[in-house]
Ligand binder design. Structure first.
Ligand code: ATR
Length: 295
């Protein structure tokens, strides 16, 4: 064993010893998760003695899995579908972000306290700022599920005026009133996904975020927003990253709009978890390339 610090071994292949830190992602299914590739690339680039491992965990087994995190003192864990909501009641503390959206994507140790946190909202904002600089003042949000909730709260924190459209309009109404009540900064309103209402809302928004699964593999020939509503002034952000260019983004690009896919949000939310666990800022370009290599 050499006496080099982790930093001095940067970029070298690391052999694991008894000091290795174990990170994990729990979910079901987990086979298609990009997180192991992304985090292990960052671990290797920084020369950390650590490993990031995927585990298939069914919701029924989450309490035992989290007991295992405690017993084996995993250094950090990500949670993905369908476990994000179920983890809320299984940690010692919840961060503000996790509590308000009722979902946890990151477990980390604050001393001996196991904290549930969500990096999704901040990851979204960072990826947006990195791509376009200032965040637009008005946004149309498509979808009212879990990922929409994270995005809406994050944008509302920045004072963005939100219009939320969803196939099930009651869910959009519920989310809009939740955002308006939680945020002293801004108001959110709900509309249905009807042609007329969407047309009007798209015309008034600069930023449009697709938080639905429409356009995702295998339904790649569908778009959540009709092509004729797109303008060159729009910033169209599709949280979908598989395929990398959805029909919505292809149409947006053809109109001359800014078109962003979900890869950067995936990278930024992962980077925020990584920094929380290790104290190191991971190389975003390395993490992104690792994700792109899997697509
Ligand atoms: P996630 O955690 O990824 O946000 P979710 O909570 O299941 O997943 O939310 C999925 C979102 O995609 C919802 O807004 C859903 O609309 P409903 O609330 O009406 O179910 C939306 N969605 C899924 N399939 C859709 C489709 N074919 N057309 C329109 N919206 C769809």
């Amino acid at each position: 064993m050499d006496n080099k610090t982790e930093g001095e071994r940067m970029g070298t292949e690391m052999e694991l010893t008894g000091k290795a830190r174990v990170f994990a992602v729990f979910g079901s299914p987990i086979e298609h998760s990009r997180s192991p590739a992304m985090h292990n690339a960052a671990i290797q680039a920084l020369g950390l003695e650590a490993v990031y491992v995927p585990f298939r965990v069914e919701p029924d087994h989450l309490p035992e899995a989290i007991a295992g995190v405690r017993a084996m003192r995993f250094a950090g864990v990500n949670l993905t579908i369908p476990l994000k909501e179920a983890a809320v009641g299984l940690v010692d503390e919840l961060s503000h972000e996790a509590r308000r959206i009722g979902a946890v994507n990151t477990l980390w140790w604050d001393g001996d306290v196991l904290v549930g946190h969500s990096t999704d909202g901040e990851g979204f904002l960072r990826s947006l700022e990195a791509a376009i600089g200032d965040i637009p003042h008005k946004a149309l949000i498509l979808g009212a599920g879990g990922s929409s909730r994270g995005v809406c709260h994050a944008l509302a924190d920045r004072g963005v005026k939100l219009t939320i459209s969803n196939r099930t309009v009651e869910k959009a109404e519920k989310l809009a009133s939740e955002i308006s009540n939680a945020s002293g900064n801004t108001k959110a309103s709900a509309i249905s996904a009807s042609f007329e209402e969407l047309s009007e809302a798209a015309a008034h928004a600069t930023l449009v975020v697709n938080c639905t699964s429409v356009g995702m593999e295998p339904r790649i020939n569908e778009s959540p927003l009709p092509e004729q509503f797109l303008r060159s002034q729009h910033v169209i952000y599709d949280l979908v990253y598989n395929p990398r260019e959805t029909l919505l983004l292809r149409n947006a690009r053809a109109k001359g709009a800014v078109a962003l896919n979900g890869v950067d949000m995936l990278v930024h939310q992962g980077a925020l978890s990584f920094e929380l666990w290790t104290g190191f800022k991971p190389p975003l370009d390395v993490m992104k390339q690792a994700v792109l290599d899997t697509l």
